[in-house]
Design a protein around this ligand. Structure first.
Ligand code: ZN
Ligand code: ZN
Length: 148
């Protein structure tokens, strides 16, 4: 685990403590998995990872932690048109990023480079006098492996 991860978890812990939440090993583990994943994870995918850690998670506590973290704007729900809810950490510079979803193998990749999209947003903002604070834009197609 990198030191950056620990700092982040410490920050989140103190943020939650200030709101009266108790420290929770399960919550820390969920955050850590979401931090290390390159793609958003569903509750079930998280459960699988937690099982490997012998945390013996029960579904209710995992869902409760996900709800808490969502309400506290530490994670966000990502919906990719397949009816599944997935979660990822909300990191300021990546707040409104898009995803590349492979329709063949189901792989999901977070899109880091949003420069072009910011440009489009600015154009829309200027043209319509509209202040954009969020967007939902996902890309569906074939990943490198599947398009070979
Ligand atoms: Zn694929
Ligand atoms: Zn993402």
């Amino acid at each position: 685990m990198s030191s950056a991860t620990l700092i982040k978890i410490e920050q989140i812990n103190s943020q939650l403590k200030a709101k009266g939440y108790r420290k929770s090993k399960l919550r820390e583990s969920i955050i850590s998995h979401l931090q290390h994943g390159k793609a958003p994870l569903s509750a079930l995918e998280l459960m699988d990872k937690l099982l490997l850690e012998d945390l013996n998670p029960n579904k209710t506590s995992v869902y409760r932690e996900l709800e808490t973290l969502t309400n506290e704007h530490i994670i966000r729900e990502v919906s990719l048109m397949d009816g599944k809810k997935r979660y990822e950490l909300l990191i300021a510079d990546r707040d409104a990023h898009s995803h590349l979803v492979c329709t063949e193998c189901g792989s999901i990749e977070c899109l880091e480079i949003d420069d072009g999209l910011h440009k489009v947003e600015n154009t829309i903002s200027n043209k319509h006098g509209f202040k954009i604070h969020n967007r939902i834009l996902e890309f569906f197609g074939l990943c490198l492996n599947c398009s070979k």
